[in-house]
Ligand binder design. Structure first.
Ligand code: CIZ
Ligand code: SF4
Length: 308
């Protein structure tokens, strides 16, 4: 089928089946352009919880579709591509958390939302990069906190708050390549640009980068907001490449420079138009979570949603 015909079929199936298409900022540009809602994990989790659609087609990686299935257990959640993994979500298991809890019965576990449903079920509070600071500040400095699974976001949070959270040794294989040297090299090339950095990046705990007058740390949604509200015309973007699509769409008169051409999440790019069409047509691939795990995971997600 021609591309235009696939797009028409997707629109028709969506209307016929009362489906909604949610897409992450890191998916291919044509998927973002077709989606009913494009967002980061927090935005997508909220949309999934609020939608009145019967079917959610989740264009993103597997843990994100799981989150939608947890927040909307009565809906049919579909993911267009199989094996859309995430190095962060795969770095830790429910059993790792249970072991920590046994050794630290007074402690609290805060998990970044990039985790499996099983890990969320063992977590006290979820957070995303949009609300991580709010969540840990809500818990207070005196609590013993185990922050999982992203060591870079964890190091950033410890630096920003003065907390001493214990950190799990996980990372995002995409943002891990964004080093301090890479950021400083780009700054030399574009000295007037603001540098907008996702805190999953390898440089996020580096005092030099944190104190740098041109750096700003944000979630993906925060990066987009900063670019829109700023009077600046040029920005270095230190996160996944797909983010540039919305940035450029919303700010056609501004320039966005990706910190390095290899900052691309291969898992997100597995979602294709053909896959999306087949997902709607055959109602595949269904993401279902065990009801007991759903109930426990809902607690940690809802605690996060109540805070911010
Ligand atoms: O790297 C990711 O997967 C991110 C930043 C997710 C999100 O939207 O928070
Ligand atoms: Fe996971 Fe990193 Fe891809 Fe995000 S960019 S989905 S954290 S591998």
């Amino acid at each position: 089928m021609e591309k235009q015909e696939i797009i028409k079929q997707i629109e028709d199936l969506k209307a016929k089946k009362n489906a909604v298409i949610l897409a992450h900022y890191y998916t291919d540009t044509e998927i973002q352009d077709l989606a009913d809602y494009v967002g980061d994990s927090l935005g997508l989790a909220r949309q999934a919880a609020e939608t009145t659609a019967d079917i959610i087609v989740f264009c993103g990686v597997h843990f994100m579709a799981e989150t939608a299935a947890i927040t909307s257990p009565e809906k049919k959640v579909l993911i267009p591509a199989q094996r859309c993994g995430c190095s962060l979500a795969e770095s830790i298991t429910g059993s790792d958390l249970r072991k920590w809890k046994e050794a630290n019965p007074e402690g609290l576990i805060v998990s970044y939302v990039n985790t499996t449903a099983e890990v969320k079920a063992e977590t006290d509070y979820c957070c995303t990069s949009s609300n991580a600071l709010q969540v840990i500040e809500h818990l207070g400095k005196d609590k013993k906190i185990f922050f999982t699974p992203d060591k870079n976001l964890g190091a950033y949070l410890n630096k920003k708050t003065g907390y001493n959270m214990e950190l799990w040794d996980g990372d995002c294989c995409v943002h891990e390549c964004i080093s301090s040297d890479m950021v400083l090299d780009m700054h030399q090339q574009y000295p007037d640009a603001d540098i907008l950095i996702h805190p999953e990046s390898n440089c996020s705990g580096d005092d030099l980068i944190l104190a740098h007058p041109k750096t700003f740390f944000y979630s993906t949604a925060g990066i987009i907001k900063h670019a829109k509200e700023s009077d600046k015309k040029q920005f270095i973007i230190a996160t996944e490449k797909g983010t540039l699509h919305q940035l450029q769409k919303e700010n056609p008169d501004k320039e966005f420079i990706l910190v390095h051409p290899k900052v691309i999440c291969g898992s997100m790019k597995k979602v294709t138009l053909q896959g999306l069409y087949e997902a709607l047509l055959h109602e595949q691939y269904r993401v279902e979570i065990d009801p007991e795990i759903t109930k426990k995971a809902q607690l940690s997600i809802n605690r996060m949603l109540e805070i911010g």
